[in-house]
Write a protein that binds this ligand. Structure first.
Ligand SMILES: [Zn+2]
Length: 744
């Protein structure tokens, strides 16, 4: 953290003390800053490439031989670089395919290939014997047949559209395209509507030749490429389906497989667009509207039928070991305060981009920190570096570790910094808004490899160019670039949303199109070094930015959290919720009027009939006052905290006891936003500000209890949730005030 030496200096009993300390301060400040500048000179792009090459040399999914081999290799590297490292093992349920069959039985027989062929120029794409076939993890077993229906992205609103056209998916197999919601949502919503099976395909519109040339000529998905992935109901809880809330240790109490609520209700398989095209081409029924059309050279119809599909999937329902590699560097002054960094090491197949690009960066950071330690540096706080296993299946390794260390983390965890696949282009940070100011400060000190300006400046330029008018204004005038909130999709979820540890997710991207090989056999070293961050210059930049953050969080005497940014964002969430309700009221009122006026009947095409939507009750007014008051109290408390701390900041460096007392409280600040009873219908998620959407998957819902109650039209719940979120804001404000009032 940068020392703020220009803060207001108060006259009074402490003025003398401050004056005395000020003499020694520039030296102290220089020391902290010179260590982190020294650190930034160490990471080497070449090493990052070598780690990636080694880790992605063979397929290394959870439970495979090379997954364990990589874990042991990572362990040996941490030790070689001076870290105190070990492997922590858990046991999680991981079904792998025993049988996969999809065939069209009418109007003409067609058996889907369900195979990704090796590509001759790509040396690891032919490692067939070690590759997991294409499948969706945590699909149930099933042998089903039925008429086929095309459901677009398979979101709730897509089924509303189908219903208005009188198309039912009851007893049908649905074909959904990837995109616009997380894949696990598609079978979940399909089952809610009575479908018996679900196929998910990659349409070239989002993921193929419509975007760019296909692999191996270009970077996008070719006709045979398939996106593997988990379909566990992660918005209910991530991690091992058999051990919610507790670490999956050998002796943990486990659910029966039949009682695990996060498995799908119907069988699911992902398919390529080469396999999907004959199915789509055989559908009849009405032609779909424009927003439903993909980029295949066919006319898209809804169905149902006459295409009939038979699908059969069966899995080995085994428990497999998770190998989490955990490395520590003991803190010299505050050893009981932990700053945690992590990335997963497991992949779907070779995983050079996901996760190798991020994992290699974390390793190079660990090497550089070890090097710094050899030069005489010691972190004041304890650093914990982690390489998680089983992320791809549903954040298994990180979730089980967090659940196993629940109490320790609540007591000791300062922050968690995550990365995963990363590429080339713009710096992107998402996460807890109490860390926004730190993120911005560090980003100003790291150079962009291509432009040589700071990565902060380049990110700002992009917002100015691409943002809305308001975003443009904000990017130009607000001192910090606002960071986005976190939903789900990588290993930060348990830290942030289950345990209330302030968390960040960092990456570079924006110039490369990595979707084309995402979760396929082609995500490998050949692809990465041909199309993505080919010389690892951005990998190096990520090591510099993440490592600098770790050093500043480890070494700042006063924890570098800042709450005025947070309060500002909280205020914006309250306004968003009020607007959401108002828009919902206006829309329903307008639609009801249109129904009453016979607008739908008058504009209906009798040859392609559509039912008018149903009349709905207009949402009642909700009392947002508790939320408005809570947000204002937090805003005031954050400003008071900042002023109080700035006034005494210079004297704090020499007052160890005061610093410890304040930090003990700051350590609990993000925890104030958690509520032990969790979110409605999903108690595992305890954070009142951030959660993945129940019907969007990865995408975040902020103030989720309130937002989702409004979206799902459960207005009584919305009022109750407003009070719970408001209480969380009040708790946070009270904690900050207790610090401010203890300062002179
Ligand atoms: Zn990943």
């Amino acid at each position: 953290m940068k020392m703020k030496l220009d803060g207001p200096v108060t006259a009074g009993p402490h003025a003398l003390l401050i004056a005395a300390i000020a003499l020694t301060l520039p030296l102290a400040a220089q020391t902290t800053q010179s260590w982190d500048a020294k650190f930034r000179a160490i990471p080497d792009a070449k090493n990052i490439g070598e780690y990636m090459k080694r880790m992605s040399a063979r397929p290394h999914h959870l439970g495979s031989a090379y997954d364990k081999d990589n874990a042991e290799w990572i362990l040996a590297r941490f030790k070689e670089w001076g870290w105190d490292a070990r492997i922590e093992t858990f046991d999680a349920l991981f079904p792998t395919p025993k049988e996969r069959l999809v065939e069209m039985v009418a109007p003409a027989p067609f058996k889907l290939k369900l195979e990704e062929p090796a590509v001759s120029v790509d040396p690891t794409s032919g490692q067939k014997s070690e590759q997991l076939p294409s499948f969706n993890a945590y699909s149930v077993d099933g042998d089903v047949a039925g008429p086929l229906v095309y459901v677009n992205y398979g979101r709730p609103q897509d089924y509303d559209d189908l219903e208005r056209r009188g198309i039912s998916v009851q007893g049908a197999i649905v074909l959904a395209r990837y995109g616009n919601s997380w894949r696990g949502i598609k079978p979940k919503v399909a089952a809610e509507h009575g479908a018996v099976g679900c196929l998910i395909y990659s349409d070239p519109m989002e993921d193929g030749y419509y975007i760019d040339d296909v692999f191996p000529e270009g970077p996008t998905r070719n006709g045979s490429g398939v996106q593997r992935g988990s379909v566990m109901d992660m918005p209910t809880y991530p991690g091992d389906p058999l051990t919610p809330d507790v670490g999956a240790t050998p002796d943990a109490k486990r659910l029966d497989i039949k009682d695990a609520t996060t498995l799908t209700k119907i069988p699911v398989l992902p398919i390529s667009y080469a396999d999907a095209q004959p199915l789509l081409a055989a559908l009849r029924g009405p032609v779909v509207p424009e927003p439903w059309r993909g980029a295949l050279p066919i006319t898209y119809h809804f169905g149902p039928g006459p295409a009939r599909v038979h699908m059969k999937v069966a899995f080995n329902w085994n428990r497999v070991p998770l190998y989490d590699v955990i490395a520590r560097m003991q803190g010299s002054t505050y050893p009981d305060e932990w700053v945690i960094r992590g990335n997963h090491h497991d992949a779907w197949v070779n995983g050079a981009g996901d996760p190798g690009s991020g994992m290699s960066v974390v390793l190079e950071e660990a090497r550089a920190l070890g090097e710094l330690a050899k030069q005489g540096w010691r972190p004041k706080r304890t650093l914990v570096y982690a390489a998680w296993d089983g992320e791809e299946e549903g954040l298994l390794g990180s979730t089980e570790w967090v659940e196993a260390h629940d109490r320790d983390l609540r007591e000791h965890a300062v922050a968690y910094v995550n990365s995963d696949g990363t590429g080339r282009g713009f710096f992107n940070a998402s996460g807890s808004h109490s860390l926004e100011s730190l993120v911005n400060a560090v980003a100003r000190d790291v150079e962009d490899p291509e432009t040589k300006m700071s990565i902060w400046k380049r990110a700002q330029a992009r917002r100015i160019l691409q943002g809305s008018r308001d975003e443009r204004n904000e990017a130009r005038t607000r001192s910090d670039l606002r960071i986005a909130a976190l939903g789900s999709g990588s290993d930060y979820s348990s830290f942030l949303q289950h345990n209330g540890v302030p968390s960040l997710d960092l990456r570079f991207g924006g110039f490369d199109n990595s979707d084309g090989i995402y979760h396929s056999i082609y995500d490998d070293y050949y692809y990465y070094t041909k199309f993505l961050d080919t010389d690892f210059a951005y990998g190096r930049a990520l090591a510099q930015v993440a490592g600098t953050m770790m050093i500043r969080m480890a070494d700042a005497d006063l924890l570098p959290f800042e709450y005025t940014d947070l309060a500002d964002t909280v205020q914006s969430y309250v306004k968003e919720l009020e607007t959401l309700l108002k828009t919902q009221q206006d829309d329903v009122r307008e639609r009801n009027r249109q129904i009453d006026d016979g607008v739908f009947a008058a504009t209906n095409d009798p040859k392609r009939p559509m039912q008018a939507p149903k009349m709905e009750e207009v949402a009642p007014a909700l009392n947002f006052a508790p939320l408005e008051n809570g947000a204002q109290r937090l805003t005031d408390a954050a400003a008071r905290y900042r002023k109080a701390v700035d006034a005494v900041r210079p004297s704090l460096a020499s007052n160890g006891a005061a610093v410890r007392t304040i930090n003990a409280k700051l350590l609990q600040a993000e925890r104030q936003f958690t509520d032990q009873s969790g979110l409605p219908k999903r108690p595992w998620y305890r954070h009142m500000l951030y959660a993945p959407g129940f019907y969007t998957g990865y995408a975040v819902k902020t103030m989720p209890g309130v937002r989702e109650a409004i979206e799902q039209k459960e207005y009584a719940n919305a009022e109750a949730e407003i009070v719970r979120v408001a209480n969380a804001l009040e708790r946070e404000a009270a904690l900050l005030d207790s610090i401010s009032s203890s300062l002179p």
